[in-house]
Ligand binder design. Structure first.
Ligand SMILES: [Zn+2]
Length: 536
């Protein structure tokens, strides 16, 4: 008989922020958890981005296998180019929840991306990245939403899920004290709602695995990095800076208390895992990749005047289609469709003779990558592009052909801009936060080593670790491994890691997406992506 397992996700959490917060008494619960268990940095996937990284954590597979490279997928179709919001139907490999269901175990999964629409599941799901108006129908089972509403006084789906009306002002850029206050306090209330839902399910319907994701860590760090990182926070802060920092600390205090109360409900001693999908660090400049492609003869704007007016557009698929009209595709051989991807797609050959022919592809791609790496910002002499991955290097697998041909890692690990610009590299007005490859991992409870610090952990290892802690065999096709250094040797001796053969239905590549998405839902998700800077 195995213990129940609790997984707490902290989107974007990094030890460079958490360690000082633990040391100064802001996060005593997390400090105790780490002291009584095992910790380590968790290497994310390329790209270190929320949808591919959480999907790798949920599946133990790399993006080349699970097929999620971004929030959106850029496709060359006979009818034209398409940019489509990805969802659970695009995840091409089984998730840990579907593996549990196959073994007769149940999960409660709260706020994870790429979990809507719910597939192959046993237990409870409140999916993440669903606009609040759609939440009732998105929950699984269908009765769950009404059960939550009835059981939790003050349950507010507008604060729990995505609501652009609430978030727009806070997210469209923080300017004054009031903007920061709105943003931070909204996220404290949101995490409170997710905590209440998790706590209610743990009391009313405990499952073998409870997984809850708090995603405000990522959002606060994007907007409030300069108030959070000790080394750049002023030694003599203004009253405004002190106040914003104090609100940020309130957020982390709230997270710490939710973690503590979830552990109590879970039962002390039962295994608890804490993980983030990627780390975080500062970003100081913006690289305009499509403007660079244009200047170097790879991309052509259709109508320069039209390209300039951006910000009044309504959001949604219409906007994305419009963005494509801004490109003269016959004269474009390479294009970056989204900032979040940091990816360049090379135009495939078409019947009219445009695009890059297969026999030219390798040399064309090499030449393009070399030119990007050689580029120096004339103002500073720095190379904005630090590294470029080909898709064979990082995305090898059955889904590789839907990945960008090239993926850029920038000097400050930031996201590119896809917008036109006279200046290819622009300093940011203020330092903000951006993703880093190193996230966090922590575990404590029965079978977990106490006081250990483990290196070389991959986000791919989390699914095997959870399966092992739940007493299940690890499917052989998983690319991660059970991180044996996390477990007590005596525990591993009595409960050795076991494996199971791939199952036929698990190795089937999913059928193509049915494409029946809801345009209003897409528009809300696009609004969220733009507010967060993942779409421009
Ligand atoms: Zn993330």
């Amino acid at each position: 008989m195995s213990s129940k397992v609790l997984l707490i996700g902290l989107d974007g959490a990094t030890f460079s922020i958490l360690d000082p917060l633990m040391a100064t008494g802001v996060m005593p619960v997390l400090k105790d958890l780490l002291a009584s268990g095992t910790r380590g940095e968790l290497e994310s996937v390329v790209p270190a981005l929320t949808p591919p990284a959480w999907t790798s954590l949920m599946t133990g597979r790399t993006p080349g296998h699970h097929g999620i490279f971004d929030f959106l997928r850029f496709e060359f179709r006979p009818a034209g180019r398409q940019l489509r919001i990805l969802d659970a139907q695009d995840v091409a490999t089984p998730t840990i929840w579907s593996i549990l269901a196959r073994h007769g175990l149940r999960s409660s999964v709260l706020n994870f991306p790429m979990t809507f629409p719910v597939r192959e599941f046993s237990g409870n799901v409140v999916p993440g990245w669903v606009p609040w108006r759609h939440l009732r129908l998105a929950c699984y089972p269908r009765s769950l939403y009404d059960r939550i509403t009835a059981a939790i006084p003050g349950f507010n789906p507008r604060e729990l899920a995505m609501d652009m009306a609430l978030e727009e002002r806070a997210l469209e850029g923080c300017h004054g004290e009031g903007d920061y206050e709105n943003l931070i306090k909204l996220h404290i209330r949101r995490e409170q709602q997710w905590f209440e839902v998790a706590a209610q399910l743990m009391r009313e319907d405990p499952t073998d695995l409870t997984a809850v994701l708090f995603d405000g860590v990522d959002k606060l760090q994007h907007f409030c990095w300069r108030f959070l990182e000790d080394s750049i926070f002023p030694a003599s802060p203004s009253p405004f800076e002190s106040q914003v920092r104090e609100w940020c600390l309130d957020y982390f205090r709230a997270i710490d208390s939710f973690v503590g109360r979830l552990i109590e409900l879970h039962g002390r001693g039962n295994p608890v895992f804490v993980a983030s999908d990627h780390g975080f660090g500062p970003t100081v400049e913006v690289f305009h990749v499509n403007a660079w492609l244009r200047e170097n003869g790879y991309l052509s704007w259709a109508d320069a005047a039209n390209v300039e007016q951006k910000h009044e557009e309504t959001l949604g698929m219409g906007t994305m289609a419009k963005r494509f009209y801004e490109i003269d595709w016959a004269e474009t051989t390479a294009y970056c469709p989204t900032p979040s991807s940091n990816g360049i797609y090379i135009t495939p050959p078409s019947a009219d003779g445009t695009g890059v022919a297969p026999e030219r592809y390798e040399s064309f791609r090499r030449e393009l990558a070399d030119a990007l790496l050689a580029y120096r910002d004339p103002a500073t002499g720095h190379a904005p592009v630090a590294r470029i991955w080909t898709r064979e290097e990082v995305f090898s697998g059955p889904q590789m052909n839907t990945a960008p041909d090239l993926t850029l890692i920038l000097r400050d690990a930031g996201f590119v801009s896809i917008l036109p610009s006279d200046r290819l590299v622009k300093p940011r007005v203020e330092t903000t936060g951006t993703h880093r490859p190193n996230g966090i991992f922590a575990a404590a409870g029965i079978g977990i080593r106490r006081g250990a610090n483990v290196t070389d952990l991959s986000i791919l290892d989390v699914a095997p670790a959870l399966l092992h802690a739940l007493g299940l065999p690890v499917p052989r096709e998983l690319e991660g491994k059970v991180p044996v250094a996390v477990f007590e040797p005596e525990y591993l001796r009595t409960r050795p890691v076991t494996f199971e053969a791939p199952r036929e239905e698990d190795t089937l590549v999913m059928a193509a997406h049915s494409g029946g998405s809801d345009p209003r839902m897409d528009a809300e998700i696009m609004g969220q992506l733009r507010a967060l800077g993942y779409m421009e």
